[in-house]
Design a protein around this ligand. Sequence first.
Ligand SMILES: Nc1ncnc2c1ncn2[C@@H]1O[C@H](COP(=O)(O)OP(=O)(O)OP(=O)(O)O)[C@@H](O)[C@H]1O
Ligand SMILES: [Mg+2]
Length: 254
Amino acid sequence: MTPRTESGKVDNLESRPRAGDPAAASPRIKIDVRGLVKNFITNGNLVEVLKGLELQVYAGETLAVVGASGVGKSTLLHILGTLERPTAGQVLWEGEEVFALDDRRLAAFRNRKVGFVFQFHYLLPEFNAWENVMMPALIARLSKTEAREAAEHVLVQVGLKERLHHRVSTLSGGEQQRVAVARALVLKPEVLLADEPTGNLDPKSGAQVQELLLNLNRDQGLTSVIVTHNLELARVLDRQITLVDGKAVTLRGD
Ligand SMILES: Nc1ncnc2c1ncn2[C@@H]1O[C@H](COP(=O)(O)OP(=O)(O)OP(=O)(O)O)[C@@H](O)[C@H]1O
Ligand SMILES: [Mg+2]
C-alpha cells in the first residue's frame, strides 16, 4: 500500500530522504534551473524576458507560478518542458542537462517525461475526445489498440467516460480543458506542466479542473508546475513563486 502523509498526499518515498539521513532536509530535485536567460528579438528589438533565473522543482511537489501578464511565465514553462531552448543557462532534469541533447533526442525525452497543458489548448475541434487524446500515443508509435486503451483510461480518470465519442467542438470549456489534461497524461509523464489550466473557465469548471490536478498529485505523486492567475488554485498548491525582473521569487514555501 502506498504510504500517505498526514495531509493525505502520497508519500513519495523515492524523493524523500529517510529520517536521520543527512539529506533529510533536502528533498530530491527533479528539475534544476541555473542561470536561465531567454531573449527574443522582435522587429529588431531585443526583449529580455528571463535574466539569470534560478529555480528548483522538487519531485512530487505542486508548484504555482503566478505574476502579471508578460513577465515570462509561459516562456519559463516552455523551457522547463524543453519546447523551447534558452538563450543561456542550464536546465537539469535529475542532473542531466537536457539542452545538450540534439533536437531528435530532445523530442524523445519530452515525449517520455513531460505532459503539457497549453495556455490555448490546441485540441482538434473536429475530432472526438478519444481521438484527441490518442494522438500523442500514436505519434509515439504505440499500436492503435494500446493508444485507444491508454486514451480511454485517462479520459475516464478525468471524468469524461461519457464523452469519449463527443466531438471536442461540442464540449463545454471545462470538458475541453479536461480533455487537454487527459492528452497531457496519456503517455504517463513524470512532470505535468500546465499553463493557466483554469484560465477560461467558469468557477465551477475551474474548481473541477483544480480538483483533478490536486488528485493527480495526491494519488500518483505527479510533479506539477502550474502557471495560474487563479489565486484560489495557487493557494492550494505546495509552493508559490512569481517572476520579478526575469528572476524567480518565492512567495510561499521554501
Ligand atoms: N516567440 C516569441 N517571440 C517574441 N517575443 C516573445 C515570444 N514569446 C514571448 N515573447 C515575449 O516575451 C514576454 C513574455 O511572454 P510570456 O508569454 O512568457 O508571458 P506570460 O507571463 O506567460 O504572460 P500571460 O500571463 O499574458 O500569458 C512578452 O513580452 C512576449 O511578448
Ligand atoms: Mg502565458
